[in-house]
Design a protein around this ligand. Structure first.
Ligand code: 13P
Ligand code: SF4
Length: 384
């Protein structure tokens, strides 16, 4: 990042005043995070955007997040993203056509009513599919609450696209293996009894979180616990002195995102959304040691911010889609917003002549997708 570029982007942002708001996800690069008005996990970003009145929302995250903001936006608001190619491969692992077919199949096999619930990491067609069948959306911060909401009503769930979030949520809620079915991408099913199953899980995954292993956790714990019983002088040979206190207190923690595999989540001490990870590590004891199983830049930011602790990545894994949002692209987007506004002020009685690269949602999906998102917010806010 050049200082000049940073100053230029800041100057454009300031000239736009309250007409623009910049939300950013935790996985964004530091220079983007510094430019953001608010930061969060995907649930918090959706809710904070919906509560914001700025005319332009310049979303620094991936496309499904910007599309979620567009679904919840007021009619006068315009949502933009600095790079439209910032996608999420997991969100592309199922579409509404596949979901319809799969839903019909499992509904014919199961004695219970099945409600579709889609992870936020999905596009509007999938959210609309859920909304049109009384289903909803969930994020990593509320998956257990959402799933429990339907299980308590005696219903089963078709959960897509992330298998790991699904199985980790099922485990957290105490479901048995016979109550869980996996649906392969060719629509074949395996696992429990489909007649009585409570969760049908699509077999999608996040490649960034799939790389973490139980061996990573074991070698982290071994490295730090091996040091126990050594003197401080011994420790300073290979571990910073500031963590020797934590080692002696056995304050060694592993925290991971629930997009990690079931084995990894089970071998960890904590698991939760990016905001939960941030808050948990922040609240950890001074001197404690944390291995974090999620996106690298986010882990490095925590290591930098929480200097009273030692924070290390469980393994280095980067979300290259989040990295597509650069300061130079943010500058271009803010410049287009500035042009749009200037043109409007020249012609107060008509729309701006400048075309913005606005994120829009196809009309056929809009209403049902919004309904699904709103139901998630209602369930979560009611249970808080
Ligand atoms: P959070 O909702 O926890 O921020 O997760 C979003 C995501 O894409 C993680 O890979
Ligand atoms: Fe998608 Fe994985 Fe990147 Fe999250 S970390 S945005 S799930 S690719």
């Amino acid at each position: 990042m050049t200082d000049n570029l940073f100053k230029e982007v800041m100057a454009i942002k300031e000239s736009l005043g309250n007409s623009v708001v910049i939300p950013a996800h935790h996985y964004e690069m530091d220079e983007i995070v510094k430019m953001a008005d608010f930061l969060g996990d995907s649930y918090k970003l959706a809710v904070d955007c919906a509560a914001n009145d700025a005319e332009y929302i310049v979303f620094c995250g991936v496309m499904f997040m910007a599309e979620g903001a567009a679904l919840l936006a007021k009619p006068y608001q315009k949502v933009l993203i600095p790079d439209r190619t910032a996608g999420c491969p997991m969100a592309e692992m199922i579409d509404a056509v596949q979901a319809e077919k799969c839903y019909a199949n499992i509904s014919s096999l199961c004695d219970r009513e099945i409600i579709p619930v889609v992870y936020m990491n999905s596009y509007a067609d999938m959210k609309a599919f859920c909304g049109s069948r009384g289903g909803t959306v969930c994020t990593s911060s509320n998956a257990a609450r959402i799933v429990k909401h339907f299980l308590d009503q005696g219903k089963s769930l078709f959960f897509a696209p992330d298998y790991n979030l699904g199985i980790n949520t099922a485990n957290r809620l105490g479901l048995g293996k016979d109550e869980i079915i996996t649906i392969e991408r060719d629509m074949s099913i395996k696992g429990g009894n489909p007649k009585t199953a409570k969760m049908f899980l699509w077999d999608g995954f996040c490649h960034v979180h799939k790389v973490f292993t139980v061996d990573d956790i074991n070698s982290f714990r071994q490295t730090y616990s091996q040091s126990q019983g050594n003197t401080i002088n011994d420790l300073t040979n290979f571990i910073p002195a500031r963590i020797s206190k934590a080692i002696s207190e056995k304050d060694i923690n592993v925290i991971v995102h629930p997009e990690c595999s079931e084995d990894v989540v089970n071998a960890s001490d904590y698991s939760g959304s990016t905001s939960m990870i941030w808050k948990t590590v922040k609240a950890g004891k001074a001197g404690s040691v944390w291995a974090v199983g999620t996106e690298l830049r986010f882990v490095e930011r925590m290591a930098d911010q929480f200097k009273d602790k030692t924070v290390v990545p469980l393994r280095k894994s980067v979300c290259h889609n989040m990295s597509k949002i650069t300061l130079a692209k943010l500058k271009n987007t803010l410049e287009s917003v500035l042009q749009h506004r200037l043109n409007k002020s020249d012609n107060p009685d008509k729309q701006s002549d400048i075309q913005l690269d606005e994120i829009t949602v196809q009309e056929k999906y809009r209403e049902d997708a919004k309904k699904a998102l709103q139901l998630m917010i209602d369930i979560v806010e009611k249970s808080d």
